[in-house]
Design a protein around this ligand. Structure first.
Ligand code: HSE
Length: 414
């Protein structure tokens, strides 16, 4: 018998308790012994819940109970999750977390403590919710050299962008709708500004490189600047706009960024719609593989936590090697990356086409009926060069009141 505690009885924590009960026998069979929930730590009481008799409010009870070998952290945030998780690992307990903020900020240290104490620190649910991606990286792809990981890693923004694409609605309208339906938070900043995706791609980049990736070093752009007009052009170009977290390893250089990107219909991530997540991995022997599923939600995310609990129970006397070392991974400046760019310019195409071609070379142009602007697609160029060209374009005075370049979106074809 292995005793477990859950810290944080919110959506995911209560999902874990539910699965531990509903799948008790299957879990015991896989784990080799029964996993019994002994405590649920939360500030609140849950008198009508099935765990009412196990709710506690003092963390010390868990830390000091030697019977408890498995601790699940589903509180979110860094405080008190960080000190609590650290204390549990130091007390020789396995810890399973769904908390990407914790893993991105303190993963290196927590992995080190786990190794020293011969316990496990697992975090499958922190990226892609229920989608197995962390375990795929350290287990199934362990013989592969990872060259790229690109993911739609945030369900809220994918829901918003999909709706904008399909219904031609504005960002503000769809966000409000998503908030009313409970898909988006009242304060949606972490999702729509790309911070959530940033932490997730930092974790994946660290898994791929074996080194610590500081999420603060990752260039991050959200979707608040994406408009219904952008989607009109995207349709014309046979593309859609997706918020992508990308990490590319080219020789000894590592590139990482979070940004809305136009992708073509033959891109494997094109069909990942609504609240779903999709993660594409390119590796040297396997080539392209993709992992798709529910990136959030009670039972899908809890399912990943429970799988980690079983793996910890199967390896209760040893540390399963995974994760990354303390050595920091330097990231290349965003300006040295290369891709195609879609640009929208205010004004008539006839007035500007010559200047556009002079500066950007061969471009494909797009004009939408009734629009006071036009769009063009560049060939693949370095981002730093693109920025210089855009500055040069805008440096020539526009007609009075015109804003010149209105929008730039990176474009990637499969
Ligand atoms: N807010 C996140 C999302 C939850 O929308 O994907 C899962 O991390």
């Amino acid at each position: 018998m292995m005793y477990a505690a859950i810290m944080g009885y919110g959506t995911i924590g209560s999902g874990v308790a539910e699965i531990l009960e509903s799948s008790r026998e299957r879990i015991a069979e896989s784990a080799g012994e029964e996993i019994r929930l002994k405590y649920v730590l939360d500030l609140r009481e849950f008198p009508d819940s099935p765990v009412a008799d196990r709710v506690i409010h003092d963390f010390k009870v868990i830390e000091e109970d030697e019977q408890v070998g498995l601790v699940v952290e589903t509180m979110g945030g860094l405080n008190p999750s960080y000190p609590f998780v650290k204390a549990c690992l130091n007390a020789g307990k396995h810890v399973i977390t769904s908390n990407k903020a914790l893993v991105a900020a303190h993963g290196t240290e927590l992995l080190q403590i786990a190794r020293k104490k011969k316990v496990n620190f697992f975090f499958e649910a922190s990226v892609g919710g229920g989608i197995p991606i962390i375990r795929n990286l350290y287990r199934c792809l362990m013989g592969e050299e990872i060259q790229e990981i690109t993911g739609i890693l945030n369900g809220t923004t994918n829901y918003i962008l999909t709706k904008m694409d399909r219904e031609g609605a504005s960002f503000e309208t769809v966000l409000k709708e998503a908030q009313d339906l409970g898909y988006a938070e009242r304060n949606p900043e972490a999702d729509v500004e790309g911070h959530d995706t940033c932490r997730k791609i930092a974790i994946l980049a660290a898994m791929a490189t074996g080194r610590e990736v500081n999420y603060e070093d990752i260039y991050t752009e959200g979707i608040t600047g994406i408009t219904d007009m952008d989607f009109r052009y995207a349709k014309r170009m046979g593309t859609s706009v997706k918020l992508l977290g990308t990490s590319r390893i080219v020789g000894d250089k590592v590139y990482a960024r979070v940004a809305p990107v136009m992708i073509g219909m033959d891109h494997p991530l094109y069909g990942v719609s609504g609240v779903y997540n999709g993660i594409l991995v390119k590796s040297d022997m396997l080539g392209t593989s993709m992992y798709y599923g529910s990136g959030a939600g009670k039972l899908p995310t809890a399912s990943a936590v429970v799988a980690d609990m079983i793996e910890a129970a199967q390896n209760k006397d040893r540390n399963v090697p995974l994760g990354w070392e303390k050595e920091p991974q330097m990231l290349e400046n965003i300006d040295s990356g290369e891709c195609c760019y879609f640009v929208r310019v205010e004004g008539e195409i006839s007035e500007y086409e010559e200047r556009v071609r002079e500066l950007f070379g061969q471009v494909e142009t797009f004009v939408l009926e009734g629009a006071d602007e036009f769009g063009f697609l560049t060939k693949s160029i370095r981002e730093g060069d693109f920025k210089k060209l855009a500055i040069a374009f805008d440096a020539v005075p526009q007609k009075e009141g015109r804003e010149g370049i209105r929008q730039m979106i990176r474009v990637e074809f499969a």
